[in-house]
Design a protein around this ligand. Structure first.
Ligand code: MN
Length: 138
């Protein structure tokens, strides 16, 4: 058993190639085979979001604080808030990030596939897509 101390790990700044705006990432776990589990707490400043991307084994997001947005390509943007869980199927193009004008953080959980492949990154999310009116929360 291992305890990884927070004090021994710095917060990373997410790369501009794959994110718009300022995004911070705190690694939680990178599993050792046979585990392929990966977890990070990702904190989005207002207006910040991922680029369009997909995950080979899908992804689960657990919203920790603030107000966020998530969109599956071809569907309306969804509002997400602290306590919400988002389940994203494998190989589905999507993005996630803060709501306009709000901080947002989530725990992002995913796995590599059996070839060791992780996230596939595509183009940045346009301001028009980002600022679209979200679907009513049901
Ligand atoms: Mn994702």
């Amino acid at each position: 058993m291992k305890v990884i101390r927070s004090a021994n790990r710095k917060t990373n700044v997410a790369p501009a190639a794959n994110f718009t705006g300022t995004v911070f990432s705190d690694e939680v776990v990178v599993g050792t085979l046979p585990s392929r589990m990966r977890g990070s707490v990702v904190s989005f400043t207002p207006g910040a979001r991922t680029a369009w991307h997909s995950h080979p084994v899908g992804q689960t997001l657990f919203c920790l604080s603030g107000a966020g947005r998530v969109q599956r390509e071809g569907e309306q943007v969804q509002e997400i808030r602290a306590g919400d869980t988002v389940v994203i199927p494998p190989d589905v193009r999507h993005w996630h990030g803060s709501a306009p004008g709000k901080l947002f953080s989530h725990l992002a959980m995913s796995e590599l596939n059996d070839k060791g492949e992780g996230t596939a990154w595509f183009e940045h999310v346009s301001d028009a897509d980002y600022n679209a009116t979200p679907a009513p929360v049901t």
